[in-house]
Design a protein around this ligand. Structure first.
Ligand code: NDP
Length: 247
């Protein structure tokens, strides 16, 4: 099959580490113009420099997805630099797991702000351009935790169930505008996601498990590429993947 990634402008949130950075590398080497968003600008600047030095095309824009104006600037930068936005990957996310009775209310707020509102702000910034282009592709990152609950995942799962619900609504509403929607629900992937779990017992249990069964972040990059590479009249609506060893 002909690769249709080359020449596309692909915006990726959460591109400073883990799956977002892996997707940026993979898609840039396939010829995409990648536009990287995250709060740690040193990391995305370094990644963009590395890709540009290797004759790929990358731009970095410091972005906090909890700020709607930041997402607007990120998408505007893509359009100003490369003329259009073909794909938005709403990947930024946080997972400070904890049992509900520990009342980590600030972390509940953070998960809702980043994992749900951040995705909505990305959609709000990209849709007007995609509607005008009469083409586009929005890829939202949910999780296996957006399909089932596990220890300490109540609020995280609620945000990832929400990502699946809003993505399906978007898919239905945007079908007439030739805008594709894909939900990617990863299982255990080795990234920095567990570093920010504040409850040490929960963090240790998750590190033990993901350390044992987790797959590398490029797994996600290949799933993204698969969804983008399908012909324009096919939308891969959802990809759910797990390490083979994950229960
Ligand atoms: P990482 O922690 O490695 O990456 C998370 C990314 O999100 C970072 O680039 C971080 O950038 C960014 N981010 C966090 N908060 C914000 C914010 N307010 N504004 C902008 N960017 C932000 O983890 P992963 O790569 O694993 O996570 C990527 C996605 O995959 C998340 O949505 C996660 O929920 C999901 N996921 C991960 C799984 C796994 O096993 N790893 C399984 C299922 C889903 P910075 O801090 O620089 O802003």
């Amino acid at each position: 099959m002909t690769d249709s990634i080359a020449g596309k402008t692909i915006v990726i949130t959460g591109a400073s580490s883990g799956m977002g950075a892996a997707a940026a590398r993979y898609l840039a080497t396939k010829g995409a113009n990648v536009v990287l968003g995250a709060r740690r600008s040193d990391r995305i600047d370094a990644l963009a420099a590395e890709l540009n030095e290797a004759c790929h095309k990358a731009t970095a824009v410091a972005t906090d997805v909890t700020r709607q104006e930041d997402l607007q600037k990120l998408i505007d930068a893509a359009v100003e630099t490369y003329g259009r936005v073909d794909v938005l990957i709403n990947n930024a996310g946080v997972m400070p797991l904890s049992p509900m009775d520990r009342l980590k209310v600030d972390e509940w707020d953070q998960m809702i702000d980043v994992n749900v509102k951040g995705v909505l702000y990305g959609i709000a910034a990209a849709l007007p351009h995609m509607r005008e282009q009469r083409s586009g592709h929005i890829i939202n990152v949910s999780s296996v935790a957006g399909h089932k609950l596990f220890g300490g995942s109540a609020v995280y799962s609620a945000t990832k169930f929400a990502v699946r619900a809003l993505s399906e609504g978007l898919r239905q509403e945007m079908a007439p505008y030739n805008i594709r929607t894909t939900i990617i629900s990863p299982g255990a992937v080795k990234t920095e996601l567990l570093d920010h779990i504040s409850e040490k017992d929960v963090q240790q249990a998750n590190q033990d498990y993901v350390g044992q069964v987790g797959v590398p972040a490029d797994t996600f990059a290949r799933m993204v590429a698969f969804a983008i590479n399908e012909p324009e009249d096919v939308a891969v609506n959802e990809i759910l993947f797990r390490p083979t060893a994950q229960e």
